[in-house]
Design a protein around this ligand. Structure first.
Ligand code: AMP
Ligand code: GLY
Length: 445
């Protein structure tokens, strides 16, 4: 079978790699893909920008066009933006089974106000909050509640929409800045109770339709818990980034915590998706704070996490293409997810200067002997093929450049292998955290 993967990051390279490992999959078409998928076995990139027939189409239209011309059996959507714009609606309308929610479900990530209304309506354990559309009431509420307090812009803001304010002054400034700088995304503010604890990410497969809800087969199945490390520097210091590395599973997360998550977050979410008559066949990513009162939902993302995917998918001991089909054809309830034992560690290498200004176009050298000896897999994120070069050359094109993901029977073994493999990667300005997964590395309040 043939599969279409939409997206160009490390998450999408990992999805494409995992699909290509299936004997059932003959080809993975990546739109647009990146420098990693360009060389991955069975994978082929199609970049609409380089293709006269696709150049003037929206991504939704280009996806339908490629899905038809390549006769793919199903599509997997990586990022949230095309989902919010209805790419899953377009593909399903064209008869292409699609892993990724339709626009109505994707709004759970695209609007923080909407996701809080949903959580409260269906009793999902989460922080108290109020939503404001005018600044003066927002400021009055903050003064009444006091700091610490969390200010969130309602819309998608590429990681710049949340301020955890330690003081009243910081909170007041955040209200001014988010409303002034974020345009439409900052028109509504969600002001939220500050939660103390440590963060985890639980990614999950979802298969909810009106039909499966009526049959009682609608379900959400959680993957092993994982953790991203969002701060730039060791010890969870420095500015927030898109993610500096991930680990899976987590030895500090107890079965009791996962049982409380299932009961107080996952099941109420499923109830809500069913009650709202969502057609949600895809992935959901629960951002959780593990507080002294148990896990609380911070947010929903309507896709897999990046870089969590680079640590979670290699732990799967089942065929990912079969999981995707079970999601789309309504048999997820019968699908058995088996997991490898041990741990996966995936530190990310970034361009110097990231998350602010950084150079692009730096040549990346990968020493396959070092990486293979370490037993790691490199997942490319912000890197493309340099078409001007005579021999295939990878050059940096983004802030987060790649992740080295390694498995070990113990956490220490996985950690050592991943970092040994990073020793085989080089580009000018390369930077990475040296403590991914170690004590003191996790974000906590
Ligand atoms: P979000 O986009 O909602 O996940 O927020 C981004 C980050 O802000 C989270 O990963 C947390 O580190 C932090 N955060 C969000 N909400 C809260 C909260 N209610 N209490 C404490 N920290 C929070
Ligand atoms: N790792 C955080 C995210 O994917 O949003």
């Amino acid at each position: 079978m043939k599969v279409l993967v939409i997206g160009s990051g490390g998450r999408e390279h990992t999805i494409a790699w995992r699909l290509a490992q299936s004997n059932r999959v003959s080809e993975v078409i990546c739109v647009p893909g990146n420098g990693g998928t360009a060389h991955e076995s069975k994978c082929k990139n199609i970049n609409p920008k380089d293709n006269p027939a696709l150049q003037n189409l929206s991504l939704n239209e280009a996806a339908v066009n490629v899905a038809r011309s390549e006769k793919v059996d199903f599509a997997v959507i990586g990022p949230e933006d095309p989902l919010a714009e209805g790419i899953a609606d377009s593909l399903w309308n064209a008869g292409i089974p699609t892993v990724g929610p339709k626009a109505k479900g994707a709004a759970l990530e695209a609007s923080k106000d909407l996701s809080k209304i949903f959580m409260k309506k269906y009793g999902v354990a989460c922080a108290d909050s109020e939503t404001f559309t005018d600044k003066s009431s927002a400021l009055a509420y903050i003064r009444q509640k006091g700091a610490p307090i969390v200010i969130k812009a309602d819309g998608l803001a590429a990681g710049k929409g949340v301020v955890v304010a330690k003081t009243l002054e910081e909170a007041e400034n955040a209200v001014e800045e988010l409303t002034a700088n974020l345009g439409e995304a900052g028109k509504k503010l969600v002001i939220e109770e500050y939660l103390q604890g440590v963060e985890i990410s639980v990614l999950a497969a979802v298969s909810v339709t009106e039909e499966s809800a009526a049959k009682g087969t609608a379900c959400i199945k959680a993957f092993l818990p994982a953790r991203d490390h969002k701060r730039l520097l060791d010890g969870a210091q420095g500015p927030n980034t898109g993610g500096m590395g991930a680990v899976c599973p987590l030895s500090d997360v107890t079965p009791e915590t996962m049982a409380a998550f299932e009961k107080n977050i996952l099941q109420p979410t499923l109830k809500g998706l069913i009650a709202e008559k969502m057609d949600y066949r895809g992935f959901i990513f629960f951002g959780l704070m593990i507080t002294k009162d148990g896990p609380k939902a911070l947010e929903y993302n309507v896709r897999l996490g990046d870089p969590e995917t680079q640590a979670v998918l290699p732990m799967m001991d089942f065929d990912f293409s079969e999981l995707c089909e079970a999601i789309t054809n309504g048999t997820l309830n019968k699908f058995e997810m088996k997991w490898k034992s041990g741990f996966q560690v995936a530190p990310v290498a970034v361009s110097g200067g990231y998350p602010l200004k950084y150079a692009k176009g730096k040549v990346i050298t990968l020493s396959n002997s070092v990486i293979d000896a370490a037993g790691a897999k490199v997942f490319i994120a912000g890197a493309i093929e340099d078409r001007r070069a005579k021999t295939p050359t990878l050059i940096t094109s983004g802030g987060r450049v790649l992740a080295c993901s390694a498995h070990g029977d113990s956490f220490d073994e996985a950690w050592k292998k991943a970092y040994e493999a990073l020793g085989g990667v080089n580009f000018e300005g390369m930077f990475f955290r040296k403590d991914i997964g170690l004590p003191g590395a996790a974000e906590s309040n």
